[in-house]
Design a protein around this ligand. Structure first.
Ligand code: GLP
Length: 290
């Protein structure tokens, strides 16, 4: 894995958005995997600004070729309900970018049989060949998507029970009451996530520092689903200073330098050599390999 650390969250959001944009412009053959959550709000805002700054022909091409699959959705929350991930994607992505909603896929959390809906979503994704670049956030309990601990590395797309910790973490959108957060969700599994060509884990804020350090430093374990990312040959972790605070890495190493533990050194927005990494994107030579 490699880690890029940013001093400021605005710079981080811009940088991540530029990776997503380049993915869509340069590698549209495979769908983009998307995540929801507070971490991603500034990323989608930056993406909208960047897309709307494109020349009209390029913007049209991007819209024509767009295809994304979201990680997860609550079970039993209407798409039109502002608390649904579908509504979140519509307001933060589909509408601002002028995308065709048919090209922005999410699990069907309203299906009468959510287990069948999960299977159907997995099949729909498999028919595309699987995710190219997968954007990931990190739960306070170490979940990615809604893969709650314990979770094995081959867990498939499924409908599952949300943990009390996750319902607590996401209570803000439900009037602050964890009991109001749906009990179940549909999520892509670690199986589909680890099958993506590239992973991009984005983590911000001091509250995530401990879980991020554990996920990157401890041996992969079902108790910390995000730790399975260590097994991926092309995973990039992007964190702000607060989230990366407990990672013991050199402040200004050469681009993609590896530490003894296998996590590349971090950079930050003021690094003179960040320019070299500003566009690391999607070139095999600069995305981390093992
Ligand atoms: C949520 C979602 C994840 C998200 C993560 C972090 O529960 N299921 O997809 O990435 O937890 O959320 P946040 O960015 O709000 O901290």
């Amino acid at each position: 894995m490699a880690l890029v650390r940013f001093a400021d969250s605005a710079g981080l959001a811009d940088w991540v958005a530029s990776l997503l944009l380049r993915d869509r412009l340069l590698r549209p053959e495979r769908p983009l995997g998307l995540a929801t959550g507070r971490t991603m709000e500034p990323v989608y805002a930056a993406l909208a600004r960047q897309v709307n700054g494109l020349p009209p022909a390029e913007r049209q091409e991007l819209r024509r070729r767009w295809c994304s699959f979201n990680l997860d959705a609550y079970v039993g929350v209407d798409r039109a309900d502002p608390r649904s991930f579908a509504a979140e994607m519509a307001s933060r992505l589909t509408t601002p970018l002028g995308l065709d909603p048919e090209r922005v896929h999410l699990p069907d959390g309203q299906a009468a049989d959510p287990h069948a809906a999960a299977e159907c979503y997995a099949a729909q994704l498999a028919a595309t060949g699987g995710i190219g670049l997968q954007l990931l956030g990190l739960g306070l309990n170490g979940h990615v998507g809604f893969n709650e601990p314990p979770c094995e590395a081959d867990a498939p797309c499924r409908c599952l029970e949300l943990s009390p910790a996750t319902r607590q973490q996401n209570a803000g959108a439900f009037g602050g009451d964890p009991e109001s957060v749906p009990q179940q969700a549909i999520t892509l599994g670690l199986r589909e996530i680890l099958a993506a060509e590239r992973l991009l884990l984005v983590v911000t804020g001091a509250a995530k520092a401990e879980v991020l350090a554990r996920a990157l430093r401890e041996p992969p374990t079902p108790e910390l689903p995000a730790s399975w990312i260590q097994l991926h040959p092309r995973a990039l972790v992007v964190a702000d200073g607060a989230a990366a605070a407990l990672l013991d890495v050199n402040r200004n190493p050469p681009t993609a330098a590896r530490t003894a533990s296998g996590v590349a050194g971090a950079g930050h927005a003021a690094d003179p050599d960040l320019g070299a990494r500003r566009d690391p994107g999607l070139h095999a030579s600069s995305w981390p390999t093992r």
